[in-house]
Design a protein around this ligand. Structure first.
Ligand SMILES: [Fe+2]
Ligand SMILES: [Fe+2]
Length: 237
């Protein structure tokens, strides 16, 4: 990949991100988390806003996996196969969340969207860097977030959405797992290749701190989803 070819934007904290992926004109795209909608927790608007955000997250996961296929044609065949399969999964996830959003009276473009994950991950010029951040860290984190989501939607009495979320987690485990398995293989066979993963994680820490509005730094801690994380190949005691 020639990094000179990619468009970039500069956002909060002077952070440089890959320029956003295309979106339909109905969407209002923001680049600062502080400009996202905020409704009282559990209100119908808040629930629709969550689903609306989930749709865009899934679309970004699709776009990141697809961009990696395009950018790293020489990656091992089995990793490319996993990425292609991931694209298919993420499309199904996006569709399932969108369908549910519409059933609940929502629509595309109802709330602002942010494409920060795409912007951060697609700046990395190695596949190990992208998988370290997107699949291991972000999608690994989504195992915890979705598990909490299942509990929240159940508590709101919406078992349909809770079930969709539960089905999505099962696929996410695989997306985290193939990255973890590959890293384990590299650790044994080609440890130097992992230096780019470590560098990506370091760069991410700096960027994440700069990108997070101060009022959001106090967000509550999400409990670790031990069972799914174990299935995804994380060593958890
Ligand atoms: Fe997904
Ligand atoms: Fe995923």
């Amino acid at each position: 990949m020639d990094s000179a070819d990619i468009g970039t934007i500069t956002v909060r904290g002077g952070v440089t991100l890959r320029a956003g992926p295309a979106r339909e004109p109905c969407f209002r795209i923001v680049t600062d988390q502080a400009d996202m909608a905020r409704f009282p927790e559990g209100s119908p608007e808040h629930r629709r806003e969550m689903l609306h955000g989930d749709v865009n997250e899934e679309v970004q996961s699709l776009e990141i996996a697809a961009q990696s296929l395009a950018d790293f044609p020489d990656a091992p065949w089995d990793i490319r196969f996993h990425l292609a399969r991931q694209c298919w999964d993420e499309v199904r996830h996006a569709r399932a969340f969108l369908r549910r959003l519409i059933e609940l009276g929502g629509r595309k473009g109802e709330f602002p969207i942010i494409n920060q994950e795409w912007g951060v991950v697609c700046m990395f010029d190695s596949l190990v860097g992208r998988l370290a951040v997107q699949n291991r860290l972000f999608e690994g984190g989504s195992l915890d977030v979705f598990k909490e989501g299942v509990a929240a939607w159940t508590a709101w009495g919406d078992h349909v959405t809770a079930e969709i979320m539960d089905a999505v987690v099962a696929d996410e485990v695989q997306h985290v797992r193939f990255a973890n398995d590959w890293f384990e293989r590299l650790r044994k066979e080609e440890p130097r290749a992992l230096l780019k993963a470590i560098a990506a994680m370091d760069a991410l820490r700096v960027r994440a701190a700069a990108l997070t509005p101060p009022e959001m730094k106090m967000a509550h801690e999400i409990p670790i989803n031990v069972e799914d994380r174990r299935d995804a190949g994380f060593a958890i005691e």
